[in-house]
Design a protein around this ligand. Structure first.
Ligand code: 2BA
Length: 109
């Protein structure tokens, strides 16, 4: 069994959870925050048998889209002046950042 951990943009989270439910996959959604943009995101935990991993990856790929996002300049006040960027910077936020982990044991009580 594998645990798929997928960080997706909030805009895609309803679409993705509907698609997973439709295909009969169980998932847990966690509210999360990106360390760089500090924008809200949704982290999905999906536990599946090994042979279903690719189907879940396909669903994630088909329901999450990459977007360009502007990072507004942040005042150095109270922060680190070394990292201050005085102009907006555009970064591409991925459709989904996905980690796949081996599950040692799975119990439901
Ligand atoms: P954030 O950390 O808020 O990053 C948002 C986007 O900003 C990233 O998109 C990337 O394009 C850019 N970015 C991040 N760190 C950067 C840096 N040090 N310098 C320049 N640009 C930077 P994605 O790579 O698609 O990542 C989207 C979100 O997925 C991330 O949000 C983070 O929450 C998660 N993520 C990405 N890689 C991860 C990793 N190795 N471990 C844990 N979470 C990760």
């Amino acid at each position: 069994m594998k645990l798929i951990v997928a960080v997706v943009q909030d805009k895609d989270s309803s679409r993705l959870s509907n698609a997973l439910v439709e295909e009969d996959f169980r998932a847990t959604k966690l509210a999360s925050t990106g360390g760089f943009l500090r924008a809200g995101s949704t982290t999905f935990l999906v536990g599946v048998n090994d042979e279903k991993v690719q189907s879940v990856l396909d669903i994630i790929k088909n329901n999450c889209q990459a977007r360009d996002q502007l990072v507004a300049p942040v005042s150095p006040m109270g922060g680190n002046a070394d990292s201050y960027v005085p102009y907006p910077v555009e970064v591409q936020v991925g459709g989904a950042t996905v980690f796949i982990m081996q599950v040692e044991q799975f119990n439901q009580f």
